[in-house]
Design a protein around this ligand. Structure first.
Ligand code: P6P
Length: 342
């Protein structure tokens, strides 16, 4: 693998090509998906920049499949990704947080061997208050026969992902992705419209600095969860206390913890017994990135990437970040299995 440092000026396109060359069997289809995701990210970033100005601000009157009021940027981001992807001949189907079912490749367009699952704009309720939001994406290979992608192609465990990543629209726009060859971050230079390699080979510290959790749900947590949070806060056990940092925007919280070390927790609670975050296009893609950076991800009991999906929009409890901190969650729940969910 060509070793790059953050000082060499490498565009994402050049990096993708160099990575592709490491795989003689590569057809270039996966590279094409990553190019198209970078293009969609630039289009979305451009709109997010303006969100405080144009009439983009505010919500549409429609609710999406999740019943959440769609922000206009949600709709724009969803369409931008679909339009950037649906005619490239690399995909056989897509799935989005914003759509109830599978998004087929239109008749007349060639189908490829991959499926794309994505959350076009996670955390969009934060848009109007200028808090960073993000796009999350996951790529799996088609496993069914025939032209069109089917639900079975979508419902694969996270360990079968061939690529995943996210875009964070923050003080700068960054695209972070993995194809199983480490994790690499690219920062958008808006003056030339290029994503430039800024964070080669990202590694997450084994032990975190930050704890990201919304503890307003504490009254509805089970006992193991309360014990785990006391451990993270240094009130129980030997762990030194973590600083609490919670933005309320998954990509922003995850990105900070990926670079600085930390654990993001969205535990089971009596009001949301199956968690809030979605397995296929939020937990799994971030889990693949996190593991490739040396971290871990779990629902508190299982490795996230081993969970067998049953529904397109299914939710999971999520513990993701520094390996030791995720392991502490697994150990705590295992040690009190009789109280989990009580
Ligand atoms: P809560 C945003 O709505 C989101 O889906 C994630 O981006 C974020 O991590 C989570 O929900 C925040 O949820 O219940 O703490 O407001």
């Amino acid at each position: 693998m060509v070793q790059h440092t953050a000082t060499s000026v490498v565009t994402i396109e050049r990096f993708i090509i160099e990575q592709e060359r490491l795989h003689p069997e590569a057809t270039g289809e996966l590279s094409g998906i990553l190019y198209d995701m970078a293009l969609a990210a630039k289009m979305i970033a451009n709109k997010v920049r303006l969100s405080g100005l144009a009439d983009i601000l505010g919500a549409t009157e429609n609710a999406n499949v999740q019943g959440e009021i769609q922000q206009k940027l949600d709709v724009f981001a969803n369409n931008a990704i679909i339009k950037a992807m649906d005619h490239g001949g690399r995909l056989c189907a897509m799935a989005s947080e914003e759509e109830p079912g599978i998004i087929p490749i239109p008749e007349g367009f060639r189908c490829g061997k991959y499926c794309l699952l994505f959350d076009p704009l996670d955390g969009s309720s934060n848009i109007d208050v200028n808090v960073p939001v993000g796009t999350i994406f996951s790529v799996v290979q088609k496993i069914t026969r025939g032209r069109a992608g089917e639900m079975e192609d979508m419902l694969q465990p996270g360990r079968r992902q061939v690529a995943s990543g996210y875009v964070i629209y923050g003080s700068s726009t960054m695209l972070v992705y993995t194809t199983g060859q480490g994790v690499h971050g690219f920062t958008l230079d808006p003056s030339i419209g290029e994503f430039l390699l800024s964070h080669p080979n990202i590694r997450i510290p084994d032990e975190g600095r930050y704890l990201s959790v919304n503890d307003s749900y504490e009254a509805n947590w089970d006992e193991p969860t309360k014990l785990l949070m006391r451990k993270y806060r240094g009130l129980e056990g030997e762990r030194k206390p973590l600083s609490v940092r919670y933005v309320g925007s998954l990509v922003a919280d995850f990105h900070r913890n990926l670079l600085g070390g930390g654990v993001f927790c969205y535990p089971w609670n009596r009001k949301m017994p199956i968690g809030k975050l979605r397995l296929l296009y939020e937990a799994n893609p971030l889990a693949f990135v996190c593991e490739q950076a040396g971290g871990g991800a779990s629902d508190g009991t299982h490795r996230m990437l081993d969970i067998m999906p049953t529904e397109l929009h299914q939710r999971v409890p999520l513990f993701i970040g520094s390996k030791r901190d995720v392991d502490l969650a697994i150990q705590t729940y295992a040690g009190h299995s009789e109280l989990v969910g009580a």
